[in-house]
Design a binder for this molecule. Sequence first.
Ligand code: HEM
Length: 220
Amino acid sequence: MASLTSSSIGRKYAMALSAFFLLSFLILHLVVNLLSLFGPTVYNNASNFMGYNPLVQFVMQPILVAGVIFHFVMGFVLEIRNNAARPVKYGVNNPSENSTWMSRNMIISGLVILAFLGLHMYDFWYHEMSYKYIEGLPVEQERFWTDLHSKFQSPIRTGIYIISFILLGLHLAHGFQSSFQSVGARHPKYTPALKAFGNWFSIIIPAGFIVIALFHFLTQ
Ligand code: HEM
C-alpha cells in the first residue's frame, strides 16, 4: 500500500483502483434503487436484505466508506501535486487545445459530488444507522420505500440531487477512461471501444439516478 501511494505512478494507479471499485458500487446502488420504481414490496425486500445482512453491513459497508474516503483524499493529493509540478500556467499553455474542460476540472466536479454525498449521507445513511444502531429500533419491513419516497417531496432537494447527478456524469466521462489509462490499459483496437463504453456509462448511470429522483418527485 505504501509503495502504491509513495510514487506519482503508484498514486494514479491507486486512484484508478479505487475508481473501479466505486464504479461497481454505483452500478449496484443504481440497480437496487431502480427497484423502487416497481413499487414498495420489491424495494423493501431488497433493502431489508441489504440493511440486515451482516456481510453487507459489517464487511462491505466499511470497505465502501473507506473506498470513498480514499478516493477523495487521493484526488486532493493528486490535484495539489499536479499543480505544484506544473511549470507553465494554463493561461500560457492554451489548455483548451490539449485537454477538455472536464479533464482539467475533475476537482470541481469531485467537490460537488462530495457536497452531494454530505447531504445524501444525512438524508439516508445517518438516518439508517441511527434507526438500527443508535436508537436500536426493531426491524420494520415497510419503512424503506416510504422513507425514500418522502425524501423527494422537496423540489429543492430533488433539484440539488439532479444537478449533482449531472456533475457525476461529467466526472465519470473523464474518470472512466482516465482510470483505464492509469492502469496501462491501452490497445489500438480496444481503447476506442472502451472510450465509447465509458461515454455511454457516464450518461446511463446518472440518467438512471435522475429517473429515480424524478419518479418519486412526480408521484408524490
Ligand atoms: C436517486 C438516487 C439515489 C438514491 C435514491 C439513493 C439511495 C440511497 C439509500 C436509501 C441509501 C442508504 C442505504 C443504507 O445504508 O441502507 C444510500 C446510501 C449511500 N448512497 Fe445513495 N442513492 C442515490 C444516489 C447515489 C449516488 C449518485 C451516489 C454516489 C455518487 C450514492 C452514494 C451512496 C453512498 C456512498 C451510500 C452509503 C453506503 C451505503 O450504505 O450503501 N448514492 N443511498
